[in-house]
Design a protein. Structure first.
Length: 79
């Protein structure tokens, strides 16, 4: 789980500019999706069910609040 829950920014497998997205929830949510794919073999429909240890590790690496994942994918209606 540790190697799967590691963000490799700057490596050939990183997503470059995506890590610079302004909203912490977007950065953490994307990291959770990308890291669960090789770990589980799929991206779970419910990313909020990912083990807390993995979320904490990713949040620490990205310097974001782990609770920001709760806001991932939630936004107001488009105008």
């Amino acid at each position: 789980m540790i190697s799967a829950a590691t963000v490799r920014v700057g490596s050939d497998t990183s997503v470059g500019g995506w890590w610079g997205r302004p909203h912490p929830a977007a950065r953490l949510g994307l990291a959770v999706q990308l890291c669960t794919l090789p770990w589980l073999g799929f991206v779970p429909d419910d990313i909020w069910s990912v083990p807390q240890a993995a979320v904490l590790r990713l949040a620490n690496q990205l310097a974001v609040f782990p609770g920001s994942l709760e806001q991932y994918g939630r936004r107001g209606a488009d105008p």
